[in-house]
Design a protein around this ligand. Structure first.
Ligand code: ZN
Length: 420
């Protein structure tokens, strides 16, 4: 029997609790924390125990999302993809109550199906979740996907080397492991739906084209240490929701989308990295140099190991039926591990006023790499070039910089240097 009364009660409880959290005088991020760690677990329990349909859940999630956006300091137009997608370029540590509900129901049903209890075995277990989302269908789909994956075999999806990941196969797992695989598959399905949604959003889904950008995953710890408005800025910059003139025109707040500095069209990308006037005024150089300063100070403290410590292991052998342990250090790897290993006279110089120590070979050319790490004794030069492009132009910027220093690298090699 569908428990509509319980559903209505839970919805009411959710609204009241959200209102109460909203009224407390805490900062937005603390309110979200209360919601995620106190309210959602509290709400989930009755939702999983009673047959409450997914329609009620959607209503609850819509309410939660409304407040979450408010507390994050982002416009109401921000899609839920931004808040919950784990494949997005900016991954937030928040959980969607709808997804938790689906996973909870799926776990419950698999546990009932696999139960050894004779009574449960005789009554075909069924969970009612409404018409829109059916737990049995979701389970069947997840199982089919897992079987399909096994047929396809292990494929390479990222840059990790072949064989560095171990795949779990559906037919070879049992019990809890099998259930976990199903739950993971359901979560994957939810995430794929979100990515599909993002691809269709021309503005907020721009990140789906940033192939070379590395995902930034925020943890609660990161959020605790952020200035109050930083998280809002971060999210709005990733999803192009900052009040640039183009956006203000789109939102009907302004008539003129031009940049006050250069009279070009002012978009987020324009402000952050392509305004010619801002470039000539040194605004981008200031940002570039701040990043460079950080990099240079970190690199200057790094030292290579002259004799990289070898990894040791204990070897176990059997001779004529007698087992023997050869304890102690047995070097198995004496190769260079890091770029700086092998010598310790590294000198770090950077293209900054207080770091000017570029070696003579570089000084005599017209090029000034941002950071040069060089060792006189071993004739090695490592050049580091920093560039802060907009995410959609990372590949282009990389190719440009590589081309710029290609000749210098060749020249240094000709002079007998090992240049990287
Ligand atoms: Zn401009």
């Amino acid at each position: 029997m569908k428990d509509t009364r319980r559903g209505a009660e839970t919805l009411e409880l959710a609204s009241e609790s959200l209102l109460a959290i909203n009224k407390c005088g805490l900062q937005g991020k603390f309110k979200i924390w209360c919601l995620q760690f106190m309210l959602i677990p509290k709400l989930l329990w009755p939702l999983l125990v009673y047959d409450i349909c997914s329609f009620t859940l959607e209503a609850i999630e819509a309410k939660i999302n409304k407040y979450t956006r408010k507390w994050l300091g982002v416009p109401p137009g921000l899609s839920d993809v931004a808040m919950y997608c784990r494949k997005a370029k900016l991954k937030l540590p928040m959980k969607s109550i709808l997804e938790e509900y689906k996973c909870g129901k799926a776990r419950l049903l698999t546990m009932l199906e696999e139960s050894d209890d004779p009574v449960i075995k005789t009554v075909q277990p069924s969970l009612k979740t409404g018409r829109k989302w059916k737990v049995t269908e979701a389970l069947d789909e997840a199982k089919e996907c897992l079987k399909m994956k096994e047929v396809i075999g292990q494929t390479q999806t990222d840059r990790r080397g072949l064989g560095s990941t171990t795949a779990k196969w559906w037919s070879k797992t049992e019990g809890k492991e099998k259930r976990d695989m199903i739950i993971d598959e359901i979560r994957n399905k939810e995430d794929s739906t979100r990515v599909q949604k993002a691809v269709q959003q021309p503005q907020q889904g721009q990140w789906t084209n940033w192939d070379t950008a590395i995902q930034r995953s925020l943890t609660w710890n990161d959020i605790w240490h952020m200035a109050p408005l930083k998280i809002s800025f971060l999210i709005r910059s990733v999803y192009d929701l900052l009040p640039s003139n183009t956006n203000l025109v789109r939102w009907g707040k302004k008539d003129d989308p031009t940049c006050p500095l250069c009279q070009g069209r002012q978009t987020t990308e324009h402000v952050l990295s392509s305004c010619k006037v801002a470039l000539s005024q040194g605004r981008y150089t200031w940002r570039h140099n701040r990043v460079l300063q950080e990099l240079a100070s970190v690199i200057s403290t790094a030292k290579g190991e002259i004799h990289p410590s070898s990894t040791s292991s204990t070897v176990f052998t059997t001779e004529g039926g007698v087992k023997k342990w050869h304890g102690g250090l047995i070097p198995i790897n004496t190769h260079r591990k890091g770029l700086l290993d092998g010598c310790d006279d590294w000198v770090v110089s950077a293209d900054l006023p207080e770091w000017e120590r570029h070696p003579g070979v570089i000084k005599k050319t017209a090029l000034r790499p941002d950071i040069v790490i060089h060792s006189a004794s071993t004739q090695q030069i490592i050049m580091v070039e920093l560039t802060v492009p907009y995410e959609s132009r990372m590949e282009e910027a990389h190719a440009f910089k590589e081309g710029k220093y290609l000749d210098l690298t060749k020249e240094l090699k000709k002079d007998g240097y090992e240049a990287k």
